[in-house]
Write a new protein. Structure first.
Length: 169
């Protein structure tokens, strides 16, 4: 199901933002690093694409190497009125979801716990600023805008290469 969501996002963005040239392999790599495609902590994706159980990250309270991000949604999405927490299979923080969230599965809700919504939202986010992800510097800038940690970006790069190599065999 996750791979369908990544492929769907690539197809939509190929029509709506063709200059971006985002591929499903980049989205799949982010999904792998962020939540093991929704399977983090023994979870799964339900038949309607929802993370089951919902994926809610640790508080972004500035401890344990985490960035400090004060609450931006009064706890509406993440249940934490003090700090933001990353949500769903693609790990959006509430403030970013508010500006990037989409309803990709046309169920009437923009839900960060839904793999279709979150994969397309991630693609839109990566494609912001007229990036062309076939250009190495734009690709790296996009990944680092998603999570500004070099080891994170390197992991995404490695998984994207693995998915790309496997899809050609």
């Amino acid at each position: 199901m996750a791979m369908q969501a990544y492929g769907y996002a690539e197809l939509v963005l190929g029509q709506t933002k063709p200059q971006c040239r985002l591929t499903w392999t980049t989205l799949a790599a982010i999904g792998q690093v962020e939540s093991n495609h929704g399977a983090v902590r023994g979870g799964r994706l339900s038949p309607d694409g929802l993370a089951d159980p919902p994926i809610i990250g640790l508080p972004l309270d500035g401890t344990g190497g985490r960035q400090k991000v004060a609450d931006t949604d009064l706890g509406a999405l993440d249940g934490d009125p003090t700090y933001d927490r990353a949500l769903g299979p693609m790990q959006f923080i509430p403030g970013t979801w508010r500006t990037s969230g989409v309803d990709a599965d046309n169920d009437g809700q923009k839900n960060p716990q839904n793999i279709y919504d979150s994969a397309l939202a991630a693609g839109n986010y990566l494609c912001s600023g007229d990036r062309n992800l076939s250009v190495a510097q734009d690709w790296w800038n996009a990944i680092l805008s998603y999570n500004d940690v070099q080891t994170y970006a390197e992991s995404v790069y490695q998984f994207a290469n693995v998915y790309g190599s496997r899809s050609r065999t």
